[in-house]
Design a protein around this ligand. Sequence first.
Ligand code: TIU
Length: 358
Amino acid sequence: MPIVSALPYDYDFPADGVALIMIDMQRDFVEPGGFGASLGNDVALLQKIVPTVRRLLDGCRRAGVPIIHTQEGHVPSLADCPPSKRTRGRCAQTIGDSGPMGRILVLGEPGCDFVPELRPLPGEIVLPKPGKGAFCGTDLDGILRRMKVTHLLIGGVTTEVCVQTTMREANDRGYECLLIEDATESYFPEFKRATLEMVRAQGGIVGWTATADNVLKALSGIERDARPAIHRAVATVSKALRNLVGNTERFDDIAWQPFRSGVEIFPILDSAIPGKYASALLRYQPGASVPQHVHLGCEHIVVLAGSQSDGCETYKAGDLFASPPGTSHSISSPDGCVVLAVWEKLVSFELMSAARIA
Ligand code: TIU
């Protein structure tokens, strides 16, 4: 097992059971004009960890450690923002108000996005969260359990607010947590120092702390397929399917029905709700698209002909495109396609506060 030189004593983790959770490295906390600044804080303090966080992200990518990027933010209606969260701080501008980086802490606004150097790569998990702790109002526990993750490396901002809250939530759920000392920062150096001490006091009552260098040293010993398990499984199935698929004309004989603009459907299995399906073939005309939506359950798409894209990756004939619950994406098909779609639960075009795969 890889071992990290840590406090209060060495931290070891199974190479297949560890994930990195990077908390809220968003412009709203790190750049002037955002939420952190509106609360009267000096955001320059947080900027200094960006290079270390980047080194850590890159080290995890090389070692194939799954990465979850959390993102504190709210739906545009603020329906997921408790009124208390808006009134707290008593500042001139608060959550939902318009600032130089768009509406403060509202998902989809420039300020709510990640700092450019730390943007998630395709395949990494982005987890919007309405609270300070990443387990509150999200499926994080389910995501980690499905990924068989038992050990969490944690960084991000701010140490004593979202990072510590998340670490305590994780610790109470049985995860073995290590806080990366120089990949986390606070607007209050004294609070950071105290948080690190709180975590490792009493024999590691909340977990461990270690430097990024020590974590990276342990990660450098890991050699495995640098893709999360779900990607490895998907690639295996896609390879096997590739010979079975053909071009869109092969599907001309099917009794297509109108579905959405530019998209037709051939229902296979009905769901419990009239007009909604558990599985279907879908045919996208060239240039058709489906706007941003959230999957409340798993979605499996097998591209049978043509290609479609979620904005990050393009899925071609023979590709399996598997999305876990909470995935939020929009789909377009510049050249048209036919896909087999299987949905575990209904698709929501309203609910946006959920995890998505970057
Ligand atoms: N205000 C503050 O220090 N932090 C937050 O509100 N959010 C996070 O810590 N991410």
